[in-house]
Design a protein around this ligand. Structure first.
Ligand code: BTN
Length: 239
């Protein structure tokens, strides 16, 4: 594993994409400040101004893309939950890979796959974790309730310590995950899920589907039950 620290950058994912050809497999890019962070579904990821985590894993596991790679964000959601638990908090996962504490988002994950022509070049797996933030900065995020680890624990968080734990936990089972896929983390994922067994609404592009969250398949897809019809959803956002 190689680490690259950037004092300030638009986005660690954008940096990863722009430099992908020079970066080796398992490089970790992290930044002190990130002024144009982006998230899933065209959302932005706001730098709350404290000492927070903005990090991207550069992954080049093979020359061809395999479906298991689509579950890397879910693998990372379990990894970050395990690290957060070391701080005596109870994180939950909202399908597909948002991490919440007490219903408020603390971490977001975004995977971007780079393909040139039909050649797979790699994945930039980005994660943002609110580690140290002033409550007054929460108003910068308008579309959802958020929290930060310092608020949840009542103490300052050492972002270096957090990052080291995250990378260690991520790479500990990474190769195993790549051979098994989502079933490798299914139990850990479901155990922390906050959506199963509930009536929910899911936004899929510009459509909303509502139903009972029945389960998650071995490919990490959400199974929704609506009037005895089963919907298997592989992309979207729980509202
Ligand atoms: C989401 O919740 O929609 C995903 C947010 C992902 C944010 C991280 S911060 C580090 C990396 N750089 C980015 O621009 N985005 C990811």
């Amino acid at each position: 594993m190689k680490e690259i620290y950037l004092e300030q950058i638009d986005s660690t994912n954008l940096y990863g994409k722009a430099h992908l050809s020079e970066l080796s497999d398992k490089t970790v890019i992290f930044a002190g400040k990130q002024y144009a962070g982006h998230g899933r579904l065209k959302r932005s990821w706001v730098d709350l101004g404290g000492d927070n985590l903005f990090l991207s894993f550069i992954l080049k596991p093979s020359d061809t893309f395999i479906d298991i790679y689509s579950n890397l964000p879910q693998y990372l959601s379990v990894v970050v939950c395990k690290v957060l638990q070391n701080y005596n908090v109870m994180p939950e996962i909202k399908w597909p890979n948002d991490v919440l504490i007490g219903g408020k988002k603390i971490a977001g994950i975004l995977a971007e796959t780079v393909v040139q022509g039909n050649i797979f070049k790699g994945i930039i797996l980005g994660i943002g974790v609110n580690l140290n933030a002033d409550k007054s900065s929460f108003k910068l995020v308008k579309d959802r309730k958020i929290t930060a680890l310092n608020i949840e624990t009542g103490r300052c968080i050492n972002s270096n310590e957090f990052r080291i734990q995250l990378c260690k936990e991520f790479f500990y089972n990474y190769e195993k995950f790549l051979t098994v896929g989502f079933p490798f983390v299914r139990y850990d994922y479901l155990e922390r899920s906050c959506f199963l067994g509930k009536d929910i609404q899911v936004k899929v592009f510009d459509k909303e589907i509502s139903g009972f969250a029945k389960s998650v398949t071995d490919r990490g897809e959400l199974v929704l039950l609506n009037n005895e019809n089963e919907f298997i959803i592989n992309m979207g956002d729980i509202l």
